[in-house]
Design a protein around this ligand. Structure first.
Ligand SMILES: O=C(O)C1=C[C@@H](OP(=O)(O)O)[C@@H](O)[C@H](O)C1
Ligand SMILES: C=C(OP(=O)(O)O)C(=O)O
Length: 409
């Protein structure tokens, strides 16, 4: 589906939006609730990724298809590897068969798992025959994806002797590892993360508990961008958020101050307000800890005519698409002066913006959502707009609540 977008008549916005639960917290909570009966989950994400995760956890044999969901692919690999008696073919979309998984498979096989490649070595689909994992220590590279580490940590407490991981290289996307450990703590599971070693103690059962998933901060980023591009005085309230988040993308509240967006916390909610501030012409930021908001920030900068140099983007090439190339192509179409390497993005200061450009989304929800706020500056078309369902199925409805004009072509 193709959507034509233009901004509201009145750009002084005042609205409240309820955003679905974090897909990262949801997919961890779902896996933990499969390992430990008695766990309840509130505010579960309604995203495609959480749905394929929940469905996958119900299977023990046959083909498990997780479509585009990286977390489901990586977390279910660990889950099935340790699920005695299971025999599955774990696969996903065409793009998923291009996203590397060797580091995780090697680590699990080293621990005693039986995982083999159905097609190309190092990539899904995987044939997994679940068995008891016999070892409890393994080393693995930590600079490609933290999801491999979270996958191991999630099954760690269910292993007889727990698990000790030695992480090699510069650890990337660290807050996602801390999120995993934070959820284990909520279940009363002991862990320790010091230097490049993480250990998790075994736990046979947990007390009944309700895991309350906070709403998704990566999804909130698009509203940060909207507020940044709106008139001073605009106020958007989002729920359900808390001050002590497990999500690293909550760093948005600091990052967006430079764009004149002030965040205040109320009960279970945040209010984003556009305030007068000293205009900036250039920002620099390392996003190795918050890769999922790189697209939002790059597009906000372009929309505001602010130059930027974003670093720490080495993981972007293996996400839903090569996000650096996708940003380069689409921002160039809009008139940006942009250059990318395999880990950085640089945008020149320019206020020129082409009109009615059709943005390609490359099966990447974040391409659609990151570009949408530009409707406050120019009218544009979003191709294959329903990609948003991967993390945020209500996104276009919520934009309409803010009086954006969203027209199907
Ligand atoms: O663990 C998680 O929930 C995630 C970790 C990150 O991936 P990488 O560790 O591969 O950067 C992030 O990009 C992804 O959207 C979700
Ligand atoms: C990278 C992402 O997801 P995943 O790796 O789980 O597919 C994302 O949502 O931006």
């Amino acid at each position: 589906m193709k959507l034509h977008l233009s901004g509201p008549e009145n750009t002084l916005l005042k609205d409240t939006i309820k955003i679905t639960g974090s897909k990262s917290e949801s997919n961890r909570s779902l896996l933990l609730s499969a390992l430990y009966p008695g766990i309840k989950i509130e505010n579960l994400s309604n995203s495609d990724d959480a749905q394929v995760m929940a469905a996958g956890l119900k299977q023990r044999e046959g083909t498990v298809d997780i479509h585009h969901a990286g977390t489901a692919m990586r977390f279910l690999t660990g889950y099935f590897a340790a699920l005695e008696g299971s025999d599955v073919l774990l696969t996903g979309s065409k793009r998923m068969t291009e996203r590397p998984i060797k580091i995780l498979v090697d680590a699990l096989n080293e621990l005693g798992a039986n995982i083999s490649y159905e097609k190309e070595e190092g990539y899904p689909p995987l044939r997994i025959k679940g068995k008891k994992l016999s070892k409890n220590r393994v080393r693995l590279p930590a600079n490609i994806s933290s999801q491999y580490i979270s996958s191991l940590l999630l099954i760690a407490p269910s292993l007889e002797n727990g698990l000790e991981l030695e992480l090699v290289g510069k650890i990337t996307s660290v807050p996602y590892i801390q999120m995993t450990l934070g959820l284990l703590t909520e279940l009363g599971i002991d862990s320790d993360f010091r230097g490049n070693t993480i250990s998790v103690k075994p736990k046979a059962s947990v007390n009944p508990v309700t895991l309350v998933v906070e709403s998704d901060w990566s999804s909130a980023s698009y509203f940060y961008s909207i507020v940044a591009l709106s008139e001073v005085g605009t106020e958007i309230t989002l729920s359900a958020y808390k001050e002590n988040s497990l999500q690293g993308d909550s760093v948005l509240k600091e990052i967006y101050t430079v764009f004149g967006v002030e965040t205040s916390f109320g009960e279970n909610r945040i209010t984003l307000k556009k305030v007068p501030n000293n205009p900036t012409s250039f920002i620099e930021r390392d996003l190795a800890n918050a890769p999922d908001i790189a697209q939002t920030i790059a597009v906000t900068c372009f929309g505001m005519g602010i130059g930027c140099h974003l670093t720490g983007l080495h993981t972007l090439k293996i996400k839903e698409t090569d996000r650096l190339e996708a940003l380069n192509t689409e921002l160039t179409k809009l008139g940006a002066d942009i250059s990318v390497t395999d880990k950085t993005l640089t945008l020149g200061t320019s206020t020129l913006m082409n009109k009615d450009v059709a943005i390609d989304t490359y099966n990447d929800h974040r391409m659609a959502m990151a570009f949408a706020p530009l409707a406050l500056r120019t009218s544009l078309v979003i191709n294959d707009a329903m990609v948003v369902t991967k993390s945020y199925p209500d996104f276009w409805n919520d934009l309409q609540k803010l009086h954006f004009k969203v027209r199907e072509l």
